[in-house]
Design a protein around this ligand. Structure first.
Ligand code: ZN
Length: 366
């Protein structure tokens, strides 16, 4: 049976977690020293490891002989906690259980001692989705937590949490995973799975994942299954619907040199090549944004998230344009994005944007 990469490579120890070293180090030290807080807040974008780390931590807290602060998975408690009907680690998705009753139920249940280990751990995901009355109920638990209870609250939107909750939690901010870390992780998985891959496919998948391990692995799954076990650049392109970088450079060349006919030709090639015109328009905005970054930012490599040779090409292309021009072009192509969805003729919208880009508002100094 084929198992999705994301599930198969879910980390089981702190060492296996991709990125977030600042967090895994603190948590494993807490386990080692036995200095546990009663409430934690894990805040950060989806796919950055909040739930995975919460699960590891919940097990490590209870494990009889933790290995370097991570659960051993061998002792009787670790085994009991892996049973599906285990009630000592409870995961609650606040997005679907935001009613006050559910939180009251937690308050009722926290009185009972854990059946296996030392701690009963509640992992409440998307906690910002709770209703006000549910927050108040949760707060009561946070105010006087029983010694055997640990709450791990996860959120993608910490600013929506009341101060009274924030002030009672030990907070950890999860960062996006860097392209380098994502890339290493993906390549190591491809090697373990004996999946042949093209480097350019890996770069494309990593860049589309935007800092999320989960997104990266689900894209990789789709690319590999389309390719019958191989990760090729062309399959990554068709899965992502992304425009080939070369086309974007070619298009920008035409616009920057004021060649309207040339720009129309690239649009035509893109459509005939099966690229969705709305995706193409979005990619153009991103491309001009990337050029602007390449031109203005000292550390553009870190921001652009692209292979080194592409970054160099960006810098070269950006040389011929002024900052104002690039700002204008980025705005010009982003303005049509909301209209594209509803337009009967998205191609014309893009072409009108080309005309504006070349003749329009101060893009070219005649
Ligand atoms: Zn154990």
């Amino acid at each position: 049976m084929y198992q999705a990469l994301y599930r198969k490579y879910r980390p089981r120890t702190f060492d296996e977690v991709v990125g977030q070293k600042h967090i895994t180090k603190t948590l494993s030290n807490q386990v080692k020293k036995g200095e546990i807080s009663h409430a934690y807040l894990f805040s950060g974008t989806r796919g950055t490891g909040k739930t995975s780390i919460a699960r590891i931590f919940a097990r490590a807290l209870n494990c009889l002989s933790p290995v370097d602060g991570s659960p051993c998975y061998k002792c009787e408690v670790c085994k009991a906690l892996s049973e599906p009907n285990c009630m000592d680690i409870l995961e609650i998705d606040a997005a679907s259980n935001n009613r006050v009753d559910e939180v009251r139920e937690i308050r009722e249940k926290v009185k009972f001692l854990p059946t296996n280990g030392k701690f009963k751990v509640y992992i409440i995901d998307e906690v910002h989705m709770l209703t006000d009355s549910a927050f108040n109920a949760l707060l009561k638990t946070l105010e006087e937590p029983p010694a055997h209870v640990v709450l791990i609250l996860g959120t993608t939107e910490p600013h929506k949490l009341p101060q009274t909750i924030l002030s009672r939690c030990l907070r950890f901010d999860f960062k996006l995973i860097s392209p380098t870390e994502l890339k290493q992780h993906l390549i190591s998985i491809f090697n373990k799975e004996n999946i042949n891959y093209e480097d350019s496919a890996v770069d494309l998948i990593v860049s589309a994942a935007q800092g999320s391990v989960r997104d990266m692995l689900s894209i990789a799954d789709a690319v590999v299954s389309l390719g019958g076990g191989v990760a090729s650049y062309s399959n990554a392109l068709s899965i992502l619907g992304a425009t080939n970088q070369e086309k974007l450079f070619k298009f920008a060349d035409q616009i920057l040199s004021g060649n309207l006919g040339g720009a129309f030709e690239v649009v035509d090639e893109a459509i005939k090549g099966g690229i969705n015109i709305s995706v193409f328009a979005k990619d153009l905005t991103v491309h001009f944004r990337n050029l602007l970054v390449a031109k203005t930012c000292e550390n553009c490599e870190g921001i652009l998230n692209l292979p080194a040779e592409v970054v160099q090409k960006m810098k070269d292309q950006a040389k011929d344009a002024s900052e104002e021009e690039l700002m204008f072009l980025m705005r010009n192509f982003s303005e049509i994005e909301p209209e594209l969805k509803y337009s009967l003729s998205p191609r014309t919208l893009v072409e009108v944007a080309c005309v504006k880009a070349i003749s329009g508002d101060g893009s070219k100094k005649n």
